[in-house]
Design a protein around this ligand. Structure first.
Ligand code: ZN
Length: 291
C-alpha cells in the first residue's frame, strides 16, 4: 500500500537515522518527477502542496493525482498540506484525502496556537489515516502566503515544545531553529543545533513519540543537512529549490527553442531537471532503499 500518513513513515526514519524528503509541488509534472525519482531509488517520499496551489488546483484534483501516482508506486508516499493557518482549510484538505496536514498557527500566542492545532488534530484523528504537523516558534522568510520578517522570527523554546506536543497531540513537530524559507542571504546561516538536540532529547529521548521536521531546507550546506538528520530531523522540506528549477528550466528551454511550439518538450525538460534535484536530496538525506 503506497498511500500512507506521515507519522509511521517518519517514526521509521527517526529510528534508522535518515530523513524523508518533503517536496513542494505546484503541478502534475513536478508531482510525477518527484514520484518517479523516488521510485527509481526505492525511497519513501512526501509530496507537499502549500495553500495557494491547493486552493488553485482544488484539493480534490491534487488528491486524485496523488492517489493515481501513489497507488501504482511500490514505495510509501504521503500527501502533505504545507503551512496552513486556516483551520477550516486544514479540515477541507483532510476530508479530501491529504494524508498529513500542517496547521501553522505559529504566529499566534502559545495558548491560541495550542487551541487551533488541537482542533485540527481532533478532526484528523477522528477521520483516521491523517496525521498532523504543528509548528512552534517562527521560520523566517516567505513560504507561499506565510511571511515572517527576520526580526519577527522566534526560535522554539525547548520546554514549551514539550508542553506543545503533549497538549496538542500532534504527530510530527516543526520547531523553529534558525532555518529560513526562500533563498538564504548567507551561505552559512546560523542554525541552533544545540536547541534542536535539546528539543529532540526532551520529546524523543526514551522512545520516538513525535518525529521532527526541518523547514527551509533548500539552501543548507550538505554537512548542515547531515547534522540535522543525525540529531533527529526526519522530515526535510524542500520548496524553493524546486520552484527555481521549474522556472529556470522552463525559461531556458523556451529561450533556446523560441520557434518551437511543443509543450510536451518543455514538460520533459522540466521533469528531467526536477528529478535530478530530487536525486540530490534523496542522496543527502539517506532515504534510498528505505521504502
Ligand atoms: Zn516551511
Amino acid at each position: 500500500m503506497a498511500i500512507v500518513d506521515a507519522k509511521l513513515m517518519l517514526l521509521k526514519a527517526t529510528g534508522e537515522k535518515y530523513a524523508v524528503g518533503a517536496f513542494n509541488c505546484t503541478n502534475l509534472i513536478q508531482m510525477e518527477a518527484v514520484v518517479e525519482a523516488a521510485v527509481e531509488v526505492n525511497s519513501p517520499v512526501i509530496l507537499q502542496a502549500s495553500v495557494a496551489p491547493s486552493a488553485f488546483l482544488k484539493p480534490q484534483v491534487i488528491v486524485a493525482i496523488y492517489r493515481t501516482l501513489a497507488e501504482s508506486a511500490p514505495i510509501p508516499i504521503c500527501l502533505h498540506l504545507d503551512h496552513c493557518s486556516d483551520v477550516d482549510f486544514c479540515r477541507t484538505c483532510a476530508d479530501a484525502g491529504y494524508t498529513n496536514i500542517m496547521i501553522d498557527a505559529s504566529k499566534q500566542e502559545f495558548g491560541e496556537n495550542v487551541r487551533r492545532t488541537r482542533e485540527v488534530v481532533d478532526h484528523c484523528h477522528a477521520l483516521g489515516g491523517v496525521s498532523v504537523e504543528g509548528e512552534l516558534g517562527t521560520v523566517s522568510g516567505v513560504e507561499d502566503q506565510v511571511r515572517v520578517a527576520e526580526d519577527e522570527a522566534r526560535l522554539c523554546d525547548p520546554q514549551q515544545a514539550l508542553e506543545f506536543v503533549d497538549r496538542t497531540g500532534i504527530d510530527i513537530f516543526a520547531p523553529a531553529i534558525g532555518t529560513a524559507h526562500g533563498v538564504y542571504k548567507t551561505r552559512f546561516p546560523k542554525i541552533d543545533f544545540e536547541r534542536f538536540e535539546k528539543i529532540a532529547g526532551l520529546i524523543n529521548g526514551g522512545t520516538t513519540r513525535v518525529p521532527l521536521v526541518v523547514h527551509g531546507g533548500t539552501g543548507l550546506q550538505p554537512d548542515v543537512v547531515k547534522r540535522l538528520v543525525s540529531l533527529g530531523g526526519a522530515k526535510y522540506n524542500v520548496s524553493t529549490d524546486l520552484k527555481h528549477t521549474l522556472i529556470d528550466t522552463t525559461y531556458r528551454y523556451i529561450t533556446d527553442h523560441r520557434e518551437e511550439y511543443n509543450p510536451g518538450n518543455i514538460d520533459k525538460s522540466v521533469k528531467g531537471a526536477i528529478k535530478e534535484r530530487i536525486n540530490y536530496w534523496i542522496g543527502l538525506l539517506g532515504s534510498a532503499d528505505r521504502a
